[in-house]
Design a binder for this molecule. Structure first.
Ligand SMILES: Cc1cc2nc3c(=O)[nH]c(=O)nc-3n(C[C@H](O)[C@H](O)[C@H](O)COP(=O)(O)OP(=O)(O)OC[C@H]3O[C@@H](n4cnc5c(N)ncnc54)[C@H](O)[C@@H]3O)c2cc1C
Ligand code: FES
Length: 231
């Protein structure tokens, strides 16, 4: 059981929660998180936003009942974490771009521990948040777009690897851009399918891929963009 250290609203409806405890995890992996006993039945998947010695952090937006409950947590409250789950982002070298739309920026911050020189593209529909933290964490450039299309700022032809996380229409556009450009980059999308068990047992998170159906929780959530068949 982790203990909440802080739970701060960094922008309207967006919270950064810190909890104490030694929780492992690679970049792009997630935890199933709950702050209640029996109801709601399901824990909620949240990506690792950051980890340091004895501390783990998540960045979440209040989307419904579960995340609303998270937003009410105070220092000293308990947080139950199961994980880490998922394949995470690949180890990569060369020129790397991280592209986040909205709360899709959450898993990208922790990735900067490994991709130290990555360029970061952050797209917000309204007020931007944590931009200074991203700038401090990379020696690459940080490009911010508010209210527009962040993907328009990314030249796919100058990168070896591109990792994108955000709403499905954005990830679909990432796939289109990869297929329509002459880019040789390995392009990855991190999916946020609905999940129930988080461990590959229930099929709720099924993802249609070009060869077969896969599970976002255990085969993903990170997939090569061209292998996903978006609905
Ligand atoms: C691998 C992964 C990583 C994620 N990381 C983050 C993150 O770092 N920060 C963040 O804010 N959000 C993240 N999400 C989305 C987050 O899990 C949902 O917003 C959250 O579960 C909504 O729960 P709720 O009770 O507030 O909303 P409700 O709509 O009341 O949830 C009802 C049910 O649907 C599921 N659900 C609803 N929306 C989603 C969704 N978009 N994705 C998955 N399950 C959903 C919930 O688990 C729950 O079982 C992630 C999702 C996945 C799959
Ligand atoms: S959430 Fe149960 S199989 Fe993926």
């Amino acid at each position: 059981m982790a203990e909440v250290i802080a739970n701060i609203e960094v922008a309207p409806g967006i919270f950064r929660i810190q909890a104490s405890g030694s929780y492992p995890g690679r970049m792009g992996q997630f935890y199933m998180v709950r702050a209640w006993d029996n109801y709601p039945l399901l824990s909620r998947p949240l990506s690792i936003f950051n980890r340091t010695e004895g501390k783990i952090e998540f960045l979440y937006h209040v989307a419904g009942e579960g995340t609303e409950r998270f937003s009410l947590l105070k220092p000293g409250d308990e947080l139950h974490l199961e994980g880490p789950f998922g394949n995470g982002f690949p180890e990569a070298e060369g020129r790397i771009a991280l592209v986040g739309g909205g709360i899709g920026i959450a898993p990208l911050f922790y990735a900067l521990g490994a991709y130290r020189q990555a360029d970061v593209y952050l797209g917000f529909s309204r007020e931007p948040y944590l931009v200074e933290e991203f700038k401090a964490a990379t020696s690459g450039k940080v490009v911010v777009n508010v209210g527009g299309i962040i993907l328009d700022e990314v030249n796919f032809c100058v990168y070896d690897h591109i990792v994108a996380c955000g709403p499905e229409p954005m990830l679909q556009a990432v796939q289109r851009k990869k297929l329509e450009s002459a880019s040789q980059a390995n392009v990855y999308v991190s999916l946020e399918n609905r999940m129930a068990c988080g461990i590959g047992a229930c099929l709720v998170c099924s993802v249609k891929c070009i060869d077969q159906r896969r599970k976002a929780c255990s085969d993903g959530p990170v997939f090569l963009a061209e292998e996903v068949v978006f609905g």
